[in-house]
Every structure is written in C-alpha cells, then in structure tokens.
Design a protein around this ligand. Structure first.
Ligand code: SF4
Length: 434
C-alpha cells in the first residue's frame, strides 16, 4: 500500500531537488545529504522524505503507470466546465469567468459567492471549484494519517468535547512506546508518508517529551511530521522544528476576535496567530482554518477566515462544521448544513486556486456521510485517515459519533482508495509544481 508515487531526482541545486514522475516535474526541499541525481525518492508537502531503492521504485511506478493516466482522464472528464449554461445569474458567470482567466477575485466577489443560495448556482460554484482544482493541481490528493495520542486538555474551548467542560469522558494518554508503535504501523504496514501527531493541550508531555517523540519517529522511519499539540509557545515551536517536525496543524477556528474570545476563555487570537506566523517563518508547512456554523458567525466572518488562512500562507486549508457536543456550553446550538461547508471549501479554492490543499475534514464526514466525495468534487484535494489504535481513538470525542470511529485502518484505506479511484484521483503529494 502506498500513498505517494516515487519520483526520480533529475537535478539538485543547493537544497532544492527537481523531481520527475510520469512526465510531470516538481520541486521539493531536500534535507538528505546523500541524495544524488538519478535516485528515487518519496516527497511530501514539498519535502524530500526518503530514498527508495531503485528496484522497489521501478516496481511501484510500473504498477501506477497502468492506472495513472486512466485516473487523470476520469478526473479531467468529471471536472469539465461549461459556463454557457442558461438561466444563470449574469454576475455569477462574470465572477467565474474572471476566476477562470486567473484574475484574483475581490473580497466582495468572494462574499457574493458565500451568499449564494440557489441550488443550481451552488452546484455551478462547486463544479467550478473542482475545475480550478483540476486545472492547477491535477488529480493529486494528499492522504495523511493522524495519531491522536492524548485526549487530556487543560483548555475550556466552548465547542470541544475533550475540553475541561466534559467530566464524562474516559481520558487516555498513549505512552511514548505506544505512539512509536502506532507510527511504525502507519508508516511501515500501511505506507503513510505524512503523519499528524495530535493531542489536547496536555502538560503531562513537556515540550522536550514532544521533541523526543518527533525525533525518535523521524530517526526510525523517515516521514513528514505535523505537530498538533496546541499552543506550546514560540520557543516550543522552534524546538519542535529542530527535532524534525516540518508541519504545524493549528486551527484558529474564527478570525473574529469577539467570537474567538467567547469560544476560547482566557485565550487571545493574537497568541494563536503568533504561533502560526512564527512557524511559517521557521519553514513549517501550515495546516489551519476554522469552524463553520458557530453561533453569531456571519458570511463576512467566513470570508475573513478564508482570507486569513490565505494570508498565513497555508499549505492545507481545514474548514469543518461546528458539531454540538452534549457536554459543552454549545450543546444546544444546531450544526450547519452540508451546503454551508461545501460553499466554504469551494470559495477557499477560488480564493487560492493555484496552491491550496483543501481538506475534507472528519467533522464534515460526521455531518454528512457523503461529505468526502462531495468535498473532493467541490474544490478539495486532501483527506486525513485516523491511524490511532482503535482502543484509544473511540475516546477522542471532540464531537459525538465521529465518522470512521468504528472502522479499522485497513477498511478506511480501502474505502478511501476506492473513492479516489472512482473520481480519478491519485493519492500523491510529491512536491511543489514547477
Ligand atoms: S479545541 Fe483543542 S485546545 Fe480547545 S479544548 Fe479541544 S483539544 Fe483542547
């Protein structure tokens, strides 16, 4: 099983490797001293992750070659676009035409799209977002794994089922050895090249412990590691980078300071943004975004959330639904509708058409069992599979009835690959297009 297509190194200049696969060229940052032109590698998120022995790479490429171009054809057919459809609002077609020509849309135009209500117009928006995704990023789809190693958290975020509000939860912490074992299985048995390590803000693990976990995994099994441990301080961000973390998953949830402070008692959005900005400057790949459907949230807020995500030079946008948890202060707030999330994914694609990886979150899949396909056909191009051992993951209840919580890793992989194949996507994330 493999979630990346090997690439062949055709040039190395300073720390940048130029990589070729199936006629496409990408570039990625290289941190492997012994890398030579002619080597085969896996890259993820623009980083060279590891060398692959030539016979192994050639065998994987031969398997992919049979299907790769078929997948591209399916994707191209499904993402074809015709803006000449009749009966559409003139303003909408003018905006989409502009985006098709590569002109950056104005804030008012993006807001107009977020305000759309008519099902036919929404359908066109989703289709157009998919067209742009195909045009700029082809059929590649990121498949990352996530290990949730502790559901202890010292924070009282008003929407979160593992916050201090929830007194009726089985708390767990994985030991370092249990985390290594989960990483070993994800990387070596199931072939994941990129892993998110996530926990609540759990002071049981000091920053030095988190660094040890990151560096041990990196040393044993080369992979791309995203840290998601909450606010560990700017020093902590620096130490984790030195330990080998190259990605940071940290959502700001709402860019509206008033909404933010209501949701996060005792916290200031400035601190969160400082973490994200510092991380980007250090070289981290950023995964961030927000919640859709929060009480008091407006479409202007959602637009600002998308624009903030873009301003943070985000590698992967993550926008999921607010889902009420019965043990939190927002228990009685209704969740948003599927179309509310799809609109945000599609508008995010139009706001950042060329580079954005856009995730279909598990939260969205919990809201709507068809979310993964709907999201991928509305501009998204990334999914994350839960590779936490089942005995722990069932207690990571940030919201109730989490999708896939009773599915084992193998079954999640099979379902995902079947869906990706059916819509012409290849689970690749080789690097940055040239
Ligand atoms: S959202 Fe994060 S920081 Fe807030 S309570 Fe939940 S796990 Fe803790």
């Amino acid at each position: 099983m493999c979630y990346a297509i090997p690439g062949k190194v055709i040039e190395i200049k300073d720390k940048i490797a130029r990589i070729e696969y199936f006629g496409e060229q990408k570039q990625a940052i290289n941190e492997i001293d012994e890398l030579c032109v002619g080597d085969y590698i896996y890259a993820q998120g623009g980083y060279v992750i590891k060398l692959i022995p030539k016979p192994e790479a050639e065998s994987i490429l031969a398997t992919w070659k049979e299907t790769f171009f078929d997948l591209q054809e399916v994707d191209l057919r499904l993402s074809k676009m015709d803006l000449e459809e009749s009966g559409l609002d003139r303003k909408l077609t003018v905006i989409l035409d502009k985006a098709a020509e590569g002109i950056q849309l104005k804030e008012q135009e993006l807001l107009y799209l977020l305000n759309l209500k008519d099902p036919k117009e929404l359908g066109l928006l989703y289709k157009f977002a998919n067209f742009l995704r195909q045009k700029h990023l082809k059929n590649s789809c990121c498949v990352h794994g996530i290990i949730e190693f502790s559901n202890y958290c010292s924070q009282g975020c008003a929407y979160c089922g593992i916050s201090t509000h929830n007194k009726d939860i089985n708390r767990y912490r994985m030991t370092k050895e249990e985390i290594y074992q989960a990483a070993d299985i994800a990387i070596n048995k199931y072939g994941f090249q990129a892993l998110v390590l996530q926990s609540g803000e759990d002071s049981h693990y000091l920053v030095d412990d988190l660094c040890e976990i990151v560096s041990t995994i990196k040393k044993r099994w080369p992979c791309l590691i995203f840290a998601s441990f909450g606010e560990v301080g700017l020093d902590g961000i620096g130490k984790l980078y030195k330990a080998g973390a190259r990605g940071l998953l940290m959502r700001f949830e709402s860019s509206n300071p008033e909404v933010y402070s209501k949701l996060h008692p005792g916290r200031d959005i400035k601190s969160r943004l400082a973490h994200l900005e510092a991380a980007y400057k250090l070289g981290y790949l950023i995964i961030t975004g927000g919640l859709v459907g929060l009480p008091g949230q407006t479409n202007e807020d959602l637009l600002n959330d998308i624009l903030l995500t873009r301003r943070l030079k985000t590698e992967m946008y993550t926008f999921g639904p607010f889902l009420p948890h019965p043990m939190t202060p927002l228990a009685d707030t209704p969740p948003p509708l599927t179309k509310d999330i799809l609109k945000v994914l599609a508008v995010a694609r139009l706001a950042d058409p060329v580079n954005a990886k856009i995730l279909v979150t598990t939260g969205f899949e919990t809201l709507d069992p068809k979310a993964r396909e709907l999201g991928l056909m509305a501009g998204a191009n990334s999914v994350m599979l839960n590779v936490t051992p089942e005995k722990f993951s069932k207690n990571y209840t940030i919201y109730p009835n989490r999708a896939h919580s009773s599915e084992n890793i193998q079954s999640q992989i099979e379902t995902t690959l079947t869906l990706l194949r059916s819509i012409g996507r290849a689970p690749t994330d080789l690097g940055v297009a040239l």
